[in-house]
Design a protein around this ligand. Structure first.
Ligand SMILES: [Fe+2]
Length: 371
């Protein structure tokens, strides 16, 4: 049995943020708080979006941190309550969209952000959200996930699949990504690729998510290097924006798996960007999952490669070409890290949906080979 649940309206195209007022009206969204990043506000993009909304956005907040935290979500809750917000617009990368989701859920439920800490975001009443991603990677504009962190180190955050926090409308405007720096383009592009690879390797994978994952992988392979080399390459930027969005569809249904388990472990140990962490062992997971899910071999052929091995080789080349580390030494390896990482990876939540079930010894072997 498999099912698809994707209630978001997706709008894709250069310059489409200019039409936000029309899209908000069609979705019945009014009296919105726009939650964005300090840099989007500083560069005047947030103001442009507000002006284009035809009065439907009434206030801008720049209280967004690199990850949504209880205190900065509460700052947004306070602003939303003060202005009587009836909807939320998110403009930014995954962190801004996550912050908007938690804010919309807290307002809808009449609680503070603390209420969700350590127990996910089990909200049913959520203010309608319109999401505008400004990087090509997270796919957060389509998902029912939101990360929430405590203000004190060690406080457990909440990441959940909750269909109520899926944005009602997503506007993907590749023009917003033209100024993204090369290193961020590389990291977020690999995040999108890993969402697609993880969807292929999920126990919930199905023909629908496979088709989306294949399309996203092909688009990243065709466009990432060009976009990293020349950020003004409009065709490459559009290809990556589409890849991110389509990969978002795939993993919003199938979930994230092995490469995100590795990614969380590697990011936790070396404090590197999310996409770079997930990229570290992506081909290991593609290969391992293809051994228990033969459909992945057929996917590799449909993407345009002779085999999963050939696809893995191309992905490893691409990672090197865009400057993402593929060895522990490049990340700052200390003796014993491989053992610690193998243990951590096995206990990361994305392993629950991973088709292959490697032992800790197999993961240790993988990390050891990559020192
Ligand atoms: Fe990711």
């Amino acid at each position: 049995m498999w099912q698809i649940y994707q209630p978001a309206r997706s709008i894709f195209g250069e310059g489409e943020i200019k039409n936000i007022g029309k899209y908000m009206a069609e979705a019945g969204m009014d009296k919105a708080l726009l939650i964005s990043t300090p840099s989007m506000v500083r560069h005047g993009i947030a103001e442009q979006v507000k002006a284009a909304s035809g009065g439907r956005i009434i206030e801008i907040s720049d209280h967004v941190l690199p990850d949504a935290h209880v205190s900065n979500v509460n700052e947004n809750i306070d602003i939303a309550l003060r202005i009587g917000a009836k909807s939320i617009v998110a403009l930014g990368g995954g962190s801004a969209i996550d912050c908007a989701k938690v804010t919309a859920a807290a307002i809808g439920e009449g609680v503070r952000a603390e209420a969700f800490l350590g127990r996910g975001i089990p909200a049913k009443k959520v203010l309608p959200i319109l999401a505008i991603p400004t990087t090509s990677g997270s796919g957060s504009e389509l998902t029912g996930d939101a990360g929430l962190h405590g203000d004190n180190p060690g406080e457990v955050g909440g990441i959940v699949m909750n269909p109520h926090i899926i944005p009602r409308v997503a506007i993907v405007d590749p023009e917003l990504t033209y100024s993204v720096p090369a290193s961020v383009t590389a990291n977020t592009g690999f995040d999108a690729l890993c969402h697609a690879v993880d969807a292929l390797g999920s126990i919930h994978a199905n023909p629908y998510t496979d088709a989306q994952a294949e399309c996203a992988i092909r688009l990243v392979i065709e466009n990432l290097e060009a976009a990293v080399k020349d950020g003004s390459d409009q065709k490459a930027r559009a290809g990556l924006a589409a890849a991110s969005h389509i990969a978002g569809f795939a993993f919003s249904q199938a979930g994230i798996t092995g490469s995100h388990a590795t990614g969380f472990a590697v990011c936790g140990r070396y404090h590197i960007p999310h996409g770079a962490g997930c990229a570290f062992a992506v081909e290991y997971w593609l290969k391992a999952n293809s051994l228990v899910r033969p459909e992945i071999e057929a996917s590799a052929k449909r993407i345009g490669f002779d085999s999963v091995d050939a696809l893995c080789e191309r992905i490893a080349q691409l990672r090197k070409a865009v400057g993402i580390a593929g060895t522990l030494t490049e990340l700052g390896y200390q003796p014993g890290d491989e053992k610690m990482l193998a243990g951590m990876t096995l206990h990361m939540f994305p392993m629950a949906l991973n088709a292959a079930k490697p032992s800790v010894e197999e993961l240790l072997d993988m990390y050891t080979k990559r020192i």
